[in-house]
Design a binder for this molecule. Sequence first.
Ligand SMILES: NC(=O)c1ccc[n+]([C@@H]2O[C@H](COP(=O)([O-])OP(=O)(O)OC[C@H]3O[C@@H](n4cnc5c(N)ncnc54)[C@H](OP(=O)(O)O)[C@@H]3O)[C@@H](O)[C@H]2O)c1
Length: 253
Amino acid sequence: MLEGLVVAMLGASGGLAEASLHALAEQGAHLVLMGRRQGVLEERARQVRARWDRAVQVVVGDIQDEETWGRLWAAMVSLPGRPFGWVCLVGDPGRLSPDQWSVPKLAQLFAVNAAAPLLALRDWGHRMKAAGYGGNAVLFASMQAVHPIEDSLPYALGKAALVYGARILAKEFGTPPPVRVNVIAPGVTEAGMALASIVRGKYRPYVERGVIPRYGRPEDVARAVVFLMTPDLYMTGQVLLLDGGLTLRRDLR
Ligand SMILES: NC(=O)c1ccc[n+]([C@@H]2O[C@H](COP(=O)([O-])OP(=O)(O)OC[C@H]3O[C@@H](n4cnc5c(N)ncnc54)[C@H](OP(=O)(O)O)[C@@H]3O)[C@@H](O)[C@H]2O)c1
């Protein structure tokens, strides 16, 4: 499905990213992997090359730095095939107790969870439009962006803004050939930033009470990423909530 196409993954060193980048490579995509931990990125690149025989470039940088966006594009056009996809898993869970909340701390979390991903995507969208390419972008929000969960203010503010910003960019980039912009909002998934809380038992009552049948898996997310990378996807500006029904059913006794 993605033969001859290049997909950039931002936040490719994180827990949720691994299954998704292999799923994209399995579909034929060449990949640019971006994050801050070079060792993890290089190892993942090595595994994708060995397992799927795809071309892979690594870009090390902070998503808040505009020069990183330019290096990401340069890496995309250096690969065989044409730029097509942009998937951003960058996020900061903002684990602050309410007595630690302050305007600067919430602003910093907002920068990583909303402002930087949205401006990086806008930069990519303009480069795609200038080159005459259509493509697909996916941003990662959270169930906490679409459902108010107690004490989630530092994290949820940015993620909710990300959802709204995705709709604005979907509108801006929708003229043919469109650059489609959609959002995945995961629930409690057994990888990355949720893993420590799962191990601590924070979400166990939801499984024990039958609110959700199980925790989410990175493979659930990977399936959604592959779907949202469909080259003729007939969907933009939307949110896929992958929470197993947790937010819908959490008030059931
Ligand atoms: N796991 C879940 O259950 C869950 C639930 C809801 C939403 N999400 C969302 O899904 C996405 C992926 O989550 P995850 O569980 O895989 O989290 P993770 O393991 O903590 O990964 C976060 C990723 O973001 C990157 N990152 C953070 N700050 C960055 C910055 N300033 N510049 C560049 N990269 C930066 C990290 O790169 P380095 O490690 O290289 O610094 C890492 O690759 C996040 O947006 C998260 O909010 C996850």
